[in-house]
Design a protein around this ligand. Structure first.
Ligand code: ATP
Length: 235
């Protein structure tokens, strides 16, 4: 994999204090593909995303972008590298309006196909609510804003942590519709998704994670649902 254009981890160990959350975790994602991380609560999915953006302590040069170690650098640097995270729970700035949340992100991001204007055009609802505080929106609308906030940074790699959690079925479809448009633009997506079926339909490849380790991986098309469920529940 010399000089390969991809984001990967190489035998990554990650820690919270003395507690080790990831063990020798090796994974990769390339532009244009979507990879799903599947596993029960506490398996380590969020920790992998946090390791990539440098907010968790990792050992060695475990996170590599185009074969260059980037692990441990602050999030700002990840943004310049083209990596953006949609965090679990959205984490919008509650005192800022929708528009201000997007403007703040765009200032720190790169230029590219995704502008605030384009997002507002594609999502009239967001345009209509642009001057409202972000937290005045419904959960589904907030998730669209959270995803938009990552997109206006024009990342090459988009990390999505539970973007459908707690949303109505209609809102879930809207969020995945927006993600689909991003994927059409050639983004690489890493998807943490509780809904295993959805995770597999939305992805090209998957990794099943158990207690901080990859226990199963493969192409999502040919995934054996029973095998994945078994890996998921750890039986
Ligand atoms: P979830 O669906 O709950 O987010 P997950 O697969 O994303 O599950 P992680 O959040 O990555 O799981 O957690 C992996 C392990 O690390 C768990 O045992 C969890 O208790 C532990 N952990 C997560 N965050 C912290 C933290 N800030 N401090 C200490 N331990 C943590």
């Amino acid at each position: 994999r010399r000089n390969s254009t991809m984001l990967r981890t190489d035998r990554l160990d990650a820690f919270y204090g003395l507690f080790q959350a990831l063990f020798g975790f090796t994974f990769h994602v390339a532009p244009g593909e979507t990879v799903a991380l599947i596993g029960s609560n506490g398996a380590g999915k969020s920790t992998l995303l946090r390791s990539i953006v440098g907010s968790v302590r990792t050992r060695h040069d475990g996170v590599l972008l185009n074969d260059q170690a980037i692990g441990g650098d602050p999030e700002r640097k990840q943004l310049n590298c083209g990596i953006a995270l949609v965090p679990e729970g959205r984490r919008l700035f509650p005192s800022l309006t929708v528009l201000e949340n997007l403007q703040l992100a765009a200032r720190n991001g790169r230029t590219g196909p995704w502008s605030i204007e384009r997002l507002m055009r594609e999502f009239p609802v967001m345009q209509a609510f642009q001057h409202r505080p972000a937290t005045a929106l419904s959960g589904g609308q907030q998730q669209l804003v959270a995803l938009s906030r990552a997109l206006v940074c024009n990342p090459t790699y988009l990390l999505c942590d539970e973007i459908s959690l707690g949303l109505s079925p209609v809102a879930v479809n809207e969020v995945y519709d927006l993600l689909g448009r991003a994927r059409n633009d050639g983004l690489a997506v890493v998807l943490v998704e509780q809904n295993v079926k959805r995770a597999l339909t939305e992805s090209d490849r998957y990794y099943c994670i158990q207690k901080g380790r990859v226990v199963l991986e493969g192409s999502s098309d040919s995934a054996d649902q029973a095998q994945v469920a078994q890996a998921y529940f750890g039986i």
